[in-house]
Design a binder for this molecule. Structure first.
Ligand code: 5AD
Ligand code: SF4
Length: 436
């Protein structure tokens, strides 16, 4: 049997895609290895979201080339978003053997049968219908507690800064029955938590001759599989998160009370230029609606510093929104100009790098302070956590997440992985609740 080694970069969707690729390749006679040096096929499943993501991968491609030099017959493949973005450039100037985009993984066996050192192969066709619905991913997570399930692919929003619509194509929703079946299957195998994944889960919509299922409906069906199966989802879009979804979340104890709701900016002027299709007031109203229905709901976000033409006043609006909402946690980025996007074509990337980083640091500092506040507010409370395993810092302790997605650390005392336990918060850092 031939051996395949895959490195995965970027988002959780990519982690899932790698599991789909392992499934397809195992049918084609490849077995997975975690040792790059013994592989016959070495691949990177890549990310294009920011320039620094691509820079890291260029470094890895160099390493793969060294390996190919030292062992004849080794093939190097680039798949995922960078494959889609750069297409045959990867063959011509970077001399890889295989280039496959996110919608073309089914053609891997055919491409591998045809590839030789003199005849590299490429398939970067995007599809309107591919969802890999019938493929059972080879689970590569090691904890066996928490599984991720893709419910849709692609993205129909054209946020002006974002490369994803170009690398992952148009939005399409996966058959609701195959999603529920996959969730039942992982539950039967002992998993206790599923996370439903999509670029914009709120616009999930699947229709058959006899039924139409929206995201609220899907959430309900998955939550009703079993009361001790926790359900999470990501990512929500502020323009689309509906009262119906909020109501379903509030009605089911096993749907975790956490929403990742990327705001990107607190300035309505920036949001307009970003083509986010909501403004500051809309965002704050959605947060208020979430908190009315679920006062303890965890809220996290994504923020971009220094987008095209951002002024100090726009930046101050972002800081004030973050101050007002009080997110538990945030992913914070300096704007990175991506070739082919609307912003790249029609706007000026005119905030100097040093100023972007200065603003980013201000955002990070504010968020660190807010995180600590949010975590401190939990001290004295009792929370139900799903035990994930030993804590990384102190293996004599266990760790697990509360419903609001905060990580808790607590003494092991006989509890085991995959069970629920109630803990009391006694202390915290800005990223962990220390419990007894
Ligand atoms: N520059 C910086 N951050 C970006 N993101 C997406 N595109 C860019 C870009 N060009 C961020 C957004 C998004 C997250 C996944 O990545 O905040 O929500
Ligand atoms: Fe995921 Fe976006 Fe990176 Fe593609 S570009 S891997 S969709 S984060």
């Amino acid at each position: 049997m031939k051996k395949v080694y895959i490195e995965t970069y970027g988002c959780q969707m990519n982690v899932n895609d790698t599991e789909v690729i392992f499934a397809i390749l195992s049918d084609a006679g490849y077995e997975r290895t975690e040792v790059m040096e013994e592989a016959d096929l070495v691949m990177a499943n890549t990310c294009s979201i920011r320039d620094n993501a691509e820079q890291r991968i260029w470094g890895r491609i160099e390493v793969f080339h060294q390996l190919r030099k030292s062992r004849s017959g080794v093939l190097v493949g680039i798949v995922g978003c960078m494959a889609e973005r750069l297409k045959d450039k990867l063959l011509d100037t970077h001399k890889v053997d295989l280039v496959v985009g996110p919608d073309a993984y089914r053609s891997l066996p055919k491409l591998l049968a045809a590839v030789t050192p003199d005849s590299p192969q490429i398939d970067v066709l995007l599809s309107r219908s591919e969802t890999y619905a019938d493929i059972t991913p080879v689970r590569t997570d090691r904890n066996g507690i928490s599984a991720f399930i893709s419910i849709m692919r692609g993205c129909n929003n054209v946020c002006s800064y974002c490369v994803v619509p170009y690398t992952r194509g148009a939005e399409r929703s996966r058959d609701a029955h195959t999603i529920v079946r996959e969730a039942c299957d992982v539950y039967a195998r002992g998993y206790k938590e599923v996370t439903l994944l999509g670029q914009n889960v709120d616009s999930y919509l699947w229709k058959s001759a006899s039924e139409t299922v929206n995201f609220a409906g899907l959430l309900e069906r998955v939550a009703d599989i079993a009361p001790d199966l926790r359900v999470r989802f990501a990512t929500s879009h502020p323009k689309d998160i509906s009262d119906e979804v909020i109501a379903v979340m509030a009605s089911r104890p096993n749907i975790c009370k956490h929403i990742h709701l990327p705001v990107q900016s607190g300035s309505s002027r920036m949001l307009e230029l970003m083509r986010r299709k909501y403004d500051r007031e809309w965002y704050l109203e959605r947060v208020a609606a979430i908190r009315r229905a679920m006062p303890d709901c965890g809220l996290t976000t994504d923020v971009i510093a220094g987008f095209c033409s951002e002024t100090l006043e726009d930046h101050a609006q972002t800081l004030s929104l973050m101050e007002e909402v009080g997110f538990d946690w945030a992913f914070m980025f300096a704007y990175s100009d991506r070739p082919g996007t609307l912003a790249n074509r029609a706007m000026q990337d005119d905030v100097p790098a040093a100023e972007k980083n200065r603003r980013l640091n201000e955002i990070i500092e504010l968020q660190n302070r807010k995180s600590l506040e949010r975590y401190r507010a939990q001290i004295g409370r009792t929370l139900e956590v799903l035990v994930e395993g030993p804590s990384k810092r102190d293996p004599s302790q266990l760790c697990g997440r509360a419903s609001n997605n905060m990580m808790c650390v607590f003494p092991a005392s006989g509890r085991s992985k995959g069970t629920y336990t109630v803990v009391k918060v006694i202390d915290c850092t800005s990223a962990t609740l220390i419990c007894e």
